[in-house]
Design a binder for this molecule. Sequence first.
Ligand SMILES: [Zn+2]
Ligand SMILES: [Zn+2]
Length: 254
Amino acid sequence: MNFFDAYPYVLLIDFLRYVLAAGMAYLLFWKFFKKTVKHRIIQRRSIKSSQVLYEIKYSISTIIVFSIIGCSILMAKQSGYTLIYEDISEKGWLWFSLSIVLMILIHDTWFYWTHRLMHHPRIFKHVHLVHHRSTSPTPWAAYSFHPIEAIIEAGIFPIIVFIIPAHETALLIFLIYMILRNVQGHLGMELLPKSFIDNRYLNWHTTTVHHDMHHRYFNSNYGLYFTWWDKWLKTEHGKYVETFEKITHSKDTN
Ligand SMILES: [Zn+2]
Ligand SMILES: [Zn+2]
């Protein structure tokens, strides 16, 4: 299959991945069950339809960038240039599982450092400001990036397929994890229980409050999946835990 024959399929998959994850979250929590979860809304601001349209417009532009890069990787795979493999038994189930964990860890690191770079004053307004126009994001903001940021974000795909031997299904699981966690970060309401933040086996995962505070304050909580980098580099917002507890506790007892 050549690039132009494969492209519509890759575009459709990337589009569905975004629309299903962001759309389901939006419909479920901001429309159908809003009354039930209303007390968990992090920033008490009404969301304008112009903001949602803005987020969708830039997310579609990102999907186009992602699909061009995704299709190029597919072509590279066909020509045997990537480390993607098709038979699980070739490397076993242990590697299959480990490769997913490794992809997530590498992506978390890639995201933190490129994100910090995009907050450099000379770069911020030209690239990352598009994403930060949503100071109180909705799930539709998951891919709301300037095209240059979309290219930087997509940089994780070539890094992975040329470094890690990854099975196609492992890559698919990683892609699903990526969009679900991304939508969670932009949900605008915290659905995790209060106990989450005190659970040392879980609290190193980022929460919606964590990323929502990044959109609100700009200069802290840069992490994607885990809180490690923010803790190590002392960029976690001083009131993160307090805010999480406030949203998940006091409002539940209202
Ligand atoms: Zn964001
Ligand atoms: Zn940012």
